[in-house]
Design a protein around this ligand. Structure first.
Ligand code: ADP
Ligand code: 5GP
Length: 211
């Protein structure tokens, strides 16, 4: 039996910098990242298949019908979903997989995968969050207002996460998240295969050395 990978769920308020943190985690530490499907329009510079699988509403609903997602949710008027096959294959292959998803999806994952590790990325304070969201310059005022309202609602779900990490200095935040993932990999529950193998080997050695 191989060691299974850890499923890591990263959420955070819109504009908090979780996308930036996740990209750095993948670059620096080689984690496997699930690319979600969405019905929202691509932002300038976003590439289909790399940032998201961009879908029409009909295509997305078809994938829901065919059980193509391990979770999906509606967030500020668009659909977002995590493709099932990629995640299941990667975990089976023993890789740590990151899902960068919003809170409804995270709660859904927590119910299905009891070993999943839920990390909430937050900002030093609310004004910094607003400035980052505005500073990104990718949403108009109406959408920014909706996303900040949603952020207020999301605070109710923060206590359901396993870890809360503040994204103040970017590199520090990346290393803190990496440290959490590393520690999760050392849990005894993640190392049952090692324990069984050690027991078997010791049983053999005991026979060989018996007087
Ligand atoms: P999210 O994916 O959470 O919506 P982004 O990763 O798009 O957020 O980041 C939102 C904005 O904040 C971007 O302009 C990004 O460059 C900036 N940002 C991210 N992390 C930090 C940080 N630690 N300090 C300052 N600005 C940051
Ligand atoms: P954005 O439009 O800013 O890229 O993403 C909006 C929100 O949708 C973010 O909170 C992001 O984490 C979340 N999101 C992205 N992909 C998924 C997904 O597959 N499932 C769910 N539930 N949320 C997602």
């Amino acid at each position: 039996m191989n060691k299974k990978g850890v499923l890591i769920v990263i959420s955070g308020f819109s504009g908090v910098g979780k996308g930036t943190v996740v990209r750095k985690l993948v670059e620096k530490h080689g984690y496997s990242l699930s690319v979600s499907a969405t019905t929202r329009q691509p932002r300038p510079g976003e590439v289909d298949g790399r940032d998201y699988h961009f879908k029409t509403v009909a295509e997305f609903e078809n994938l829901i019908d065919y059980n193509g997602f391990i979770e999906w949710a509606q967030y500020v008027e668009n659909y977002y979903g995590t493709p099932r096959k990629f995640v299941e294959d990667e975990l089976q292959a023993g890789h740590n997989v990151i899902l960068e998803i919003e809170v409804q999806g995270a709660m859904n994952i927590k119910q299905q995968y009891e070993d999943a590790v839920l990390i909430f990325i937050t900002a030093p304070d609310a004004r910094t969050l607003k400035e980052r969201l505005e500073g990104r310059g990718t949403e108009d005022r109406k959408v920014i207002s909706k996303r900040l309202k949603r952020a207020y609602e999301e605070t109710d779900d923060m206590p359901s996460y396993d870890y809360l990490v503040v994204n103040d200095d970017l590199d520090t935040c990346v290393e803190h998240v990496h440290a959490i993932i590393l520690a999760e990999n050392f849990k005894t529950s993640k190392n049952q295969a090692y324990i069984s193998r050690m027991k078997e080997e010791l049983s053999q050695i005991r026979k060989e050395t018996a007087l």
